[in-house]
Design a protein around this ligand. Structure first.
Ligand code: PHE
Length: 340
């Protein structure tokens, strides 16, 4: 009996398994009712009394060792299964990831770029910190002219005067100084005016400027381009109207209204019950501006327009308060999920 216990203790101590099924076979072989260890317990009854104590202890130790060995072998497979199961799906997402969303102003800027790219416009940018020449003088604003007052300016240095650009029209000058016609470009960017912040005004906002200079460019080209833009942006049934206006750098100048896309022209509080909303300023580039940039105004003509991105976004998404664009409130921004 002692011999058999010793032999089995060694045998079980050396057990190795390559597959999980083998562990189950070991359990059946040694520990099931008819298993080799269990059978020893039956034989134990016949052990003579003086040896019972010692044999019993060894027998219990053997059973415990066998159970422990089987558990160990089982556990080793559980770990290995996780590590190396060829059927395991490693691409399974770990947690539910929520992707970010684009800012509504970026969505509309990208849409404007897409619309003009379709008719051959490329994109350029200019600096936000400007000198007097590019923001005012080259654009035909004489010193002391009251038109400068309409754009309440943040000056950051005097003599020479350095300022935060009040409009993207400065990029017209930078472009015409370095490139010769044909020029067909849009200039998106941030602009600054010293305005009190309210639901309808902000000291930082965004514009997209457009410039087309070539031989024989006429007001008809401007009007058709703006009609195309308005319908792409606000829908096929959109109507436009041009009202005469004044800008020092365009002659003639106009302001463009589109039929209110919210009430369809019937009148609502967004269009102040007129059926029309203003979206941009425009006009034929003043010959003096072309000459300031070294372009011969007897050969070339051009048109320019400038629109506020906030304004168009307000209309497109019916946002009631401009300040929402700058507050980074996720409850506002997450409403634009899934839009590119
Ligand atoms: N720069 C003008 C503004 O900010 C808009 C404009 C651009 C007007 C181009 C005419 C031509 O109000």
């Amino acid at each position: 009996m002692l011999e058999r216990i010793k032999h089995l203790t060694e045998e079980i101590g050396n057990l190795k398994a390559d597959l999980p099924e083998e562990v189950e076979q070991f359990r059946l072989k040694y520990l099931s009712k008819k298993g080799l260890v269990s059978v020893l317990f039956e034989d134990f009854r016949d052990v003579p009394a003086p040896q019972k104590k010692e044999t019993g202890q060894l027998l219990n130790q053997l059973k415990a060792a066998a159970q422990q060995k089987i558990e160990e072998l089982k556990a080793s497979f559980e770990v290995r299964e996780e590590e190396a199961d060829p059927g395991m799906d490693l691409s399974r997402p770990v947690t539910n990831m929520v992707p970010g969303t684009r800012h509504p102003l970026s969505i509309v800027r990208n849409e404007i770029i897409r619309i003009f790219a379709q008719i051959g416009y490329t994109v350029a940018e200019g600096p936000e910190i400007e000198d007097d020449w590019h923001n005012f003088s080259a654009l035909n604003f004489p010193p002391e002219h009251p038109a400068r007052d309409m754009q309440d300016t943040f000056f950051i240095a005097k003599d020479p005067e350095i300022l935060l650009r009040t409009h993207t029209s400065s990029v017209q000058i930078r472009t015409m100084e370095t490139e010769k016609p044909p020029i067909r470009k849009i200039f998106p960017g941030r602009v600054f005016r010293n305005e009190a912040i309210s639901a309808r005004a902000h000291c930082i906002f965004h514009q997209v400027e457009g410039l087309y200079v070539d031989k024989n460019v006429s007001f008809m080209d401007l009007k058709q381009t703006l009609l195309y833009f308005a319908r792409e942006m606000f829908g096929e049934s959109t109507e436009i109207r041009l009202r005469p206006s004044f800008f020092p750098f365009t002659e003639p100048s106009g302001e463009l209204d589109v039929s209110c896309n919210i009430c369809g022209g019937k009148g609502c509080n967004i269009c102040k019950y007129t059926g029309w909303v203003e979206i941009l300023g425009c006009g034929m580039v003043d010959p003096a501006v072309l000459e300031n940039c070294g372009i011969d105004s007897k050969i070339y003509t051009g048109f320019a327009f400038g629109m506020g991105i906030e304004r168009i976004t307000l209309l497109k998404y019916q946002v009631k308060d401009l300040r929402l664009f700058f507050e980074n409130d996720l409850r506002f921004l997450r409403q634009f999920t899934g839009t590119i």
